[in-house]
Design a protein around this ligand. Structure first.
Ligand SMILES: Nc1ncnc2c1ncn2[C@@H]1O[C@H](COP(=O)(O)OP(=O)(O)O)[C@@H](O)[C@H]1O
Ligand SMILES: [Mg+2]
Length: 296
């Protein structure tokens, strides 16, 4: 996708954007509609479509054309580039359950990361062709679901940053979000007993709970909190991966909060830090209520 991106021209993106927009009304965008909207001679449109197909940015069927996942990625990167937010895209950081994360260079020369939301990819079996996948209606909603997830994560980070230890939100476009790069390792991959004393490990536990409490006070429960979504650099940590965060007034908010707390407790248990989930939960909730009462 990155090599193709370098080769793609504005005219290629123009046609790709027409297909993207028309996908609101079509599963497959008919060729004559693309020609009509492009206001270009048919042979030029066909030339662009051939290139887009070669890049893997579109898929074809007998009914017409659709944007592929790679094409959607390219549209997002191109837009962020044109808006003057990023000036280069680097290597892939890690492949998570739901998205791909890349290093990017911002226009102001800071290093940041770009995360693509790819919802529903887990049910995408390897080897199954995009062509087959895109043919079912699910794929169309996948475009919108991914875009919504990116927008959601960006808005949540905006609400939380910098009060809570989360990545700095920088920009979003389509299913992509640009955020500050966090240095360190997922807590899952760190052996805390090698670098911290028992007291320091206990302090780290309470610092994490404090962030959970503050985020709850602002109005969010992470909803997928675990050692996989906490990045630790030996001294401090950042909590990542917020698209699924639950508003605290959600009817099942407490269930999610409890699950998050239990995950943190379970992780620290192997360092012989034993905490009672109900006590910790009470601590998070009690202080929230009391402080609200103080304000009245
Ligand atoms: N802001 C960031 N800075 C550094 N690394 C990140 C950042 N965001 C994500 N990552 C890396 O990418 C991985 C996947 O990102 P994450 O937001 O957890 O999405 P998911 O788990 O849904 O794929 C993380 O586990 C982490 O290693
Ligand atoms: Mg994650």
């Amino acid at each position: 996708m990155l090599d193709a991106l370098k080769e793609a021209k504005d005219e290629d993106f123009k046609i790709l954007k027409i297909i993207e927009l028309s996908m609101r009304n079509h599963e497959w965008v008919p060729l004559d509609e693309i020609i009509r909207k492009a206001k270009m001679p048919e042979k030029d449109v066909l030339y662009r479509l051939k290139r887009l197909n070669k890049f893997g940015f579109v898929v074809r069927s007998t009914y017409g054309y659709a944007v592929s996942m790679g094409g959607y990625d390219a549209l997002a990167i191109n837009a962020l580039y044109k808006k003057g937010i990023i000036k280069a895209i680097g290597n892939k950081l890690g492949v998570g359950k739901e998205g791909d994360v890349y290093n990017v260079l911002l226009n102001d020369d800071r290093i940041a990361v770009l995360k693509f939301h790819k919802h529903g990819r887990t049910c995408f079996t390897r080897g199954k062709r995009y062509r087959d996948y895109i043919a079912d209606k699910h794929h169309i909603s996948w475009l919108y679901a991914s875009r919504l997830a990116a927008e959601r994560e960006f808005n949540i980070l905006n609400d939380l940053y910098p009060l809570i230890k989360v990545p700095e939100p920088i920009a979003w476009n389509r299913h992509a979000i640009v955020m500050g790069k966090v240095e360190g390792e997922e807590l899952k991959r760190v052996d805390l007993s090698e670098i911290l004393s028992k007291e320091e490990i206990e302090k780290l536990f309470w610092d994490i709970i404090e962030e959970v409490k503050k985020a709850y006070k602002i109005g969010y429960i992470h909803g997928d909190l675990s050692e996989f979504n906490i990045i630790f650099n030996g001294e401090d940590f950042v909590i990542i991966d917020w698209p699924q965060a639950i508003p605290k007034y959600h009817s099942e908010a407490l269930l999610y909060l409890k699950r998050d707390v239990e995950n943190v407790i379970r992780y620290f248990k192997k360092y012989k830090i034993n905490k009672d989930p109900d006590e910790i939960l009470k601590y998070i909730l009690k202080s929230d209520k009391d402080e609200d009462k103080d304000k009245v």
